[in-house]
Design a protein around this ligand. Structure first.
Ligand SMILES: Nc1ncnc2c1ncn2[C@@H]1O[C@H](COP(=O)(O)OP(=O)(O)OP(=O)(O)O)[C@@H](O)[C@H]1O
Ligand SMILES: [Mg+2]
Length: 455
């Protein structure tokens, strides 16, 4: 029998001993769960991994893509996708390029932005999650193929189907779904009930920094992050379940806005719209220990201007006046129940800005009275619709949007959970969420009543 060449034995080692490839070739030392992922990919056709935020999923999977190529080439293809092109290019491929460039041995091939070409039948390629371009997923029929879905919760079900086609008939076939379990429906959710999938669960409490309560691997989730989410949303919240525990949400169906909708809007690669529509929302704290929030919205883009602890009327009125001068085309929408009334009055006394000061009695009558109990739930529902095309500058406060529950009251109208009821279940008041909602509200006081956005 012929002795295997050195190359063959090395390749066999890359297949059998993933840690060897990562360490020796890439200088990457996988932590325990990353290694578990590699072993599952080694041994199973299908692997589904649900995890907290910042566990090193993308970092490791980009390196697994390289391992697959060199372990199963020269007839090997790796395809990866993620919900948005930004995620594909700036996360997965930034990691892959970085690993490739820092490899201890020259890996060969031609490295492009979202493609690594070694040979005609030997490459890795990023493909957009685009239902209008399904052909991109068809017709690979490579001998050995690895398909990676990162942030798999947000990938279109049609792309799942297309990928199944792409993998048909291969010899070594691997399908890996990895992500934050943000939605309790859809193909990613279903994979965890599918016996053909090897399943891995990662919680922040499994990760090195959180376990040691100090920084062991920079960049991975920290103890402080876990504590922050716990304090802000409570252990019982969906935000904590999804982002810290890596568990599917319990209540996705009865919060008005999903975490997904919020996350997809963060820094989203979407076109700017309605840029002449500018509004500031001010939600003043109801109580002294609460926060007050200012949010600025310009068309379909929004950002948090400031979150201030406390409810000093004079201070808030002063800041509001300053923002109105800073944004000369914006009107300000103030929740005037309670403390906000004083701020509203104070601002209306200043002739140069008075015309741009609007009050919203959020308990007042909705524009669509048949559908909504009051203005507050109508505004939040506007936020939900607005988010489909929106761009949010990332701010943790926006996660509050996924907190309030809604119900249908006996009259068949939509009703949003009150701040008081949220408090009772340990969820802090969604000040940033309310401030954003105010910018999409119907004003009840002041000039220019009505809102451009709703015309
Ligand atoms: N094994 C490792 N060794 C050293 N650093 C690591 C390792 N794994 C991950 N990291 C660091 O952790 C950072 C975060 O990892 P990554 O972006 O892959 O997490 P993620 O789980 O994909 O996060 P998200 O939930 O936001 O998608 C990486 O940029 C890298 O700096
Ligand atoms: Mg990631």
């Amino acid at each position: 029998m012929a002795r295997p060449s050195q190359e063959q034995t090395l390749q066999a080692r890359f297949r059998d001993d993933p840690a060897f490839f990562h360490l020796e070739v890439l200088g990457h030392e996988p932590w325990e769960k990353q290694l578990e992922i590699s072993l599952s990919i080694r041994d199973n056709r299908n692997t589904a991994i649900r995890s907290n935020n910042g566990s090193g999923k993308t970092y490791h999977m980009a390196r697994e893509a390289l391992r697959f190529l060199y372990a199963y080439g020269p007839d090997a293809v790796v395809i990866n996708t993620a919900p948005t092109w930004t995620q594909i290019e700036n996360q997965f491929w930034r990691n892959l390029r970085d690993a490739y460039q820092k490899a201890r041995y020259p890996l060969g091939g031609n490295l492009l932005k979202t493609k690594l070409d070694i040979d005609e039948t030997w490459f890795a390629l990023g493909i957009a999650n685009d239902e209008n371009n399904m052909e991109a997923f068809q017709g690979w029929h490579a001998k050995n193929i690895l398909v990676i879905f990162d942030e798999a919760s947000g990938i279109s079900p049609k792309i799942y189907e297309a990928a199944l086609g792409a993998m048909a008939g291969g010899s070594i076939v691997r399908f890996v779904l990895i992500g934050n379990p943000t939605q309790n429906s859809g193909p990613f959710f279903d994979a965890f009930r599918d016996p053909t999938f090897s399943k891995i669960h990662i919680s922040a409490f499994d990760t090195p920094n959180v376990k040691a309560k100090k920084q062991v691997l920079p960049g991975l989730v920290t103890w402080d992050f876990v504590e922050e989410v716990r304090k802000k949303y409570g252990e019982d919240s969906d935000v904590y379940r999804v982002r810290v525990l890596g568990e599917f949400p319990r209540r996705a169906s009865d919060t008005l806005i999903s975490i997904d909708a919020v996350e997809y809007a963060f820094g989203a690669d979407r076109e700017l719209q309605n840029q002449d529509d500018e509004a500031i929302g001010l939600d003043p704290a109801r109580f002294g220990d609460d926060d007050s929030a200012f949010v600025f919205r310009k068309g379909n883009a929004a950002r948090v201007l400031e979150v201030i602890n406390g409810n000093d009327t004079m201070q808030l009125a002063g800041k509001a006046a300053r923002y109105l001068r800073e944004f000369p085309n914006a009107s300000i929408y103030i929740d005037i129940i309670g403390l906000g009334a004083g701020i509203f009055d104070r601002l209306r006394e200043q002739p140069d800005i008075a015309g741009r000061v609007l009050g919203v009695n959020v308990a007042g009558k909705a524009r669509d009275e048949k559908e909504f109990v009051n203005i507050r739930v109508e505004s939040w529902s506007n936020v939900r619709d607005w988010l489909r095309d929106a761009i949010l500058e990332k701010h943790d406060g926006f996660y509050e949007l996924a907190q309030p529950k809604y119900k249908i009251n006996s009259a068949g109208k939509l009703q949003l959970e009150s701040k008081e009821d949220m408090k009772k279940r340990g969820v802090p008041s969604p000040n940033v969420g309310d401030a954003l909602a105010l910018t999409l509200s119907r004003a009840t006081e002041g000039e220019n009543i009505g809102i451009a956005w709703l015309h």
